[in-house]
Structures are given as structure tokens and as C-alpha cells.
Design a protein around this ligand. Structure first.
Ligand code: NI
Length: 432
């Protein structure tokens, strides 16, 4: 028994002797890697802030990001990073690395919102009615920061990184246009981040599976026959038909959808009539549909059409529905790949510490990053900007939205580490 204990203890010691040095080396290597990366990113902080403030002062709407695009490309020129331009009017793709597989893509969106900024600060938007109210100025700046870091470290890159700067995320499906014009190239995975005001600066939030909704918009016209309001029997009243239609549409969610599934149907405007004593000839209405599955959205679109046409017919009116697919192409659901999500978690804990990675919550907002994920696995995750000290506590699309600029070097470092470590881990016998 004693002999067994001694030999077992020796065995454990031997095992520790064999394992410890290498495990310490790994930890040291990780620490060195993170320390070097973060200190390089922090050195760029003032530069990143100055770029982001320029973008914030001169925001541009979807497909009009000409100056934004030029400013970032000018910085890439100074860094000696090559890119392909134009792709989808203002978009471009920079490429860094060996030019060979594995190839990983990082993505930022460049467009602003038709929103009047109400934050009074030195770098408030100088364009009336246009604001970077969704943080895309930060996304663009962080990806530029990653371009600089990756370029400094390109000799150690074990593959290729494609940095996609796209237009028109806010409703224009810029991603789908970028894809049609070849932005993905031979990328095998893609990562994107979106600023998140619900979690503190220095953290990220991830989720695998569905994270954001499939989204589309619709408009409808219900035509009757106008007339004197005192003689409804001589008219065909589109107001009553529209009222019934709005109520009937809500049944699609409350009566037809599995209660464990998630969909939204919001009628956001009804327009009709202009006088108290006239029955108008027609009513227009419209809104948005959302579903956590792309298939669910397609089914909902079909039923919305049937209900509007059917309700109009019941009231002797004619209903027509336009899903507005040319102006606002439907966005698929944003579905995060499970193994890439684990990669982001691993990199996040390395760079930000184990407390730095939170669980994201699903939201019924849309994100055109989903178009890339239809073709290759990808992860969209939230990067925290909440800081009561600077007032970055307002939701995106609010006129009071404000950014904690401390996020800029963090995002640049995260993009860089996500890409570098992805390439490290996806070497094949052909690429080693
Ligand atoms: Ni956004």
C-alpha cells in the first residue's frame, strides 16, 4: 500500500514536471501576445479617435458614403495596405497576408442614419438631419485600426485577411450588393461586431444560433369608392376596410404563430381621408415584419398579402400589397455559427479576461451581416460601449446615442486577434 502511494505520488510529480513547464509557456505566450497586441492598439488610440470624430462630424447616408470611403482609403494608402475599390459604389475590400488560404473576412459598415443628433458636444454631426446614431463610424474606425495592426504584424500571418468596408447597412442591403460584386472572395469565415450600449466598455456579448431577426417592410393600398359621409351606402368605405385589416393582421401573430416562436408584425402608419364629411377613395398603410427565422418571414409575407387582399375584398374594396423588395430587400435572420462563436469567446476571454465575455440577448432588429452568413459561417457579436462616466447609455437610433471612444483600440485589437488566431487554428497540410 505504502509502495503504491509512493509510486503514485511520484507518478503525479512526474506528470506535473512534464506538464507544467509547457503549460506555463503557453500561458506566458498568451500573455505576451495579448500584452503586445493591446499596447500596439493603445498607441493608436489618438489616431483612432481623430478618424472616428471626422466620420462622426460628416456622416453620410446609405450608398452616399463617398467621403467616408475616401478618408479610410487615404489612411490605407498611407499604411501601404492595398484594396479593391469601388465595390457597390462606395465599398471596398482591403487584403492583408499571404494571399493564400486560409482566408478570413472581417466586416464593418460605413453608413449613417437620417436622424438629427441632439447630443451637444464638440464633434456633433455637422450635417443637418444625418447622424452616426448606430455606431457605424466606430465600426469603420475599428476595422481601419485592425488594418494597421494586421499590416504591422503581417509577416506572422498564416493566411489572408479580407477587410470588408461596406455601404448601406441601414436598409439598403449593402452586404448583398457587396457579395454580388465579389467582396467575399474565397473567404471561409466572417466576423463582425456591433457596438452594444447594454454592456460595459471592455466586454463583448456573444450567442450562437439566431441572434437578430429576418426583416422586411411592406406597404398596402386599399381602394374603395369615395363619397358623401352622409351616404355611406353610395360609397365603398376604405377606412372601415383598413381598420378591419389592421386588426386582422395581428391575428397572424396571436393565432397562427407557435407561441414558442418569435415574430413581430407592426403596422406603423395608416393614411387616408382629409375631411370630416367625406369618405375617401383609398387608404394607405404600411409597416414591418420580423421573424427569428428567414423561412418564418417568408411565410408571414405570404399571409400578410392574403389577409390584406382578403379583408379588402370582404369590404368590397381592392387591396394591393407591395413588399418593397427593390427598395428594401428583405434581410435574412442573423444566425451565428456555433464553433466560430466559441472562437470569439476564446479570443474575447484572452484579450478582455474571463469576465469580459457575456451572453448576448436576441433582438428583433435586423442586420445585413446575415447575407454573408447565408454563404459562409460567421459571427456577429456585440462590443460594449456602456460607460455612465461619459454618458454612453443611449440605444442605437436614438438622437442621444453616444459612444465611449475607449472602445476603439479594444475593437481594433479584437478584430486583429480574431483573424490572426483563426488563421493559426485553421492551417491545413497544404497551407503549413
Ligand atoms: Ni447598426
Amino acid at each position: 500500500m505504502l509502495q503504491f502511494l509512493i509510486s503514485r505520488s511520484f507518478g503525479i510529480l512526474l506528470l506535473l514536471w512534464v506538464l507544467l513547464p509547457s503549460s506555463i509557456q503557453i500561458v506566458d505566450a498568451d500573455e505576451d501576445y495579448v500584452t503586445q497586441l493591446l499596447s500596439a492598439a493603445k498607441e493608436d488610440k489618438d489616431w483612432l479617435i481623430s478618424i472616428r470624430r471626422k466620420l462622426h462630424e460628416y456622416p453620410e447616408l446609405l450608398f452616399q458614403e463617398h467621403n467616408t470611403s475616401a478618408l479610410i482609403r487615404n489612411e490605407l494608402d498611407k499604411l501601404g495596405v492595398s484594396y479593391t475599390y469601388p465595390i457597390s459604389k462606395t465599398g471596398f475590400v482591403a487584403q492583408i497576408g499571404t494571399g493564400s488560404p486560409p482566408i478570413v473576412a472581417l466586416r464593418a459598415d460605413m453608413d449613417a442614419l437620417p436622424l438629427q443628433e441632439l447630443v451637444e458636444w464638440d464633434h456633433k454631426s455637422k450635417i443637418d438631419g444625418v447622424m452616426h446614431g448606430c455606431g457605424h463610424d466606430a465600426h469603420t474606425t475599428m476595422l481601419l485600426g485592425a488594418a494597421k495592426l494586421l499590416n504591422q504584424r503581417k509577416d506572422n500571418l498564416k493566411g489572408t485577411v479580407r477587410l470588408i468596408f461596406q455601404p448601406a447597412e441601414e436598409g439598403g442591403a449593402g452586404a448583398s450588393h457587396m457579395i454580388k460584386e465579389g467582396a467575399l472572395g474565397d473567404s471561409e469565415a466572417i466576423f463582425g461586431m456591433h457596438v452594444d450600449f447594454t454592456i460595459p466598455t471592455g466586454t463583448i456579448a456573444t450567442l450562437s444560433g439566431p441572434m437578430l431577426a429576418a426583416v422586411c417592410f411592406f406597404k398596402a393600398k386599399i381602394e374603395g369608392k369615395g363619397g358623401h359621409a352622409a351616404e355611406p351606402h353610395n360609397s365603398v368605405d376604405p377606412i372601415l376596410a383598413a381598420s378591419s385589416t389592421v386588426l386582422a393582421l395581428q391575428h397572424l401573430i396571436s393565432r397562427e404563430l407557435d407561441p414558442l416562436q418569435s415574430q413581430v408584425l407592426s403596422v406603423t402608419y395608416v393614411r387616408g381621408g382629409s375631411a370630416s364629411n367625406v369618405i375617401p377613395p383609398y387608404v394607405e398603410l404600411g409597416g414591418t415584419l420580423r421573424s427569428l427565422t428567414t423561412k418564418g418571414l417568408q411565410h408571414l409575407q405570404q399571409r400578410v398579402k392574403e389577409v390584406i387582399e382578403g379583408q379588402a375584398a370582404v369590404h368590397r374594396c381592392k387591396g394591393t400589397v407591395d413588399m418593397m423588395e427593390d427598395e428594401y430587400p428583405p434581410y435574412p435572420a442573423t444566425i451565428n455559427d456555433e464553433s466560430l462563436k466559441k472562437h470569439v469567446d476564446m479570443v474575447g476571454s484572452m484579450v478582455l479576461g474571463s469576465q469580459g465575455v457575456k451572453v448576448a440577448t436576441k433582438v428583433m432588429a435586423g442586420e445585413d451581416f446575415a447575407f454573408y452568413q447565408e454563404l459562409i459561417p460567421g459571427v456577429m457579436f456585440g462590443i460594449g460601449i456602456r460607460n455612465e462616466g461619459v454618458g454612453s447609455v443611449h440605444s442605437p437610433h436614438s438622437p442621444y446615442f453616444f459612444l465611449d471612444e475607449d472602445v476603439l483600440p479594444i475593437g481594433a485589437a479584437l478584430h486583429t486577434a480574431i483573424a490572426e488566431l483563426y488563421l493559426d487554428q485553421h492551417q491545413t497540410p497544404f497551407t503549413v
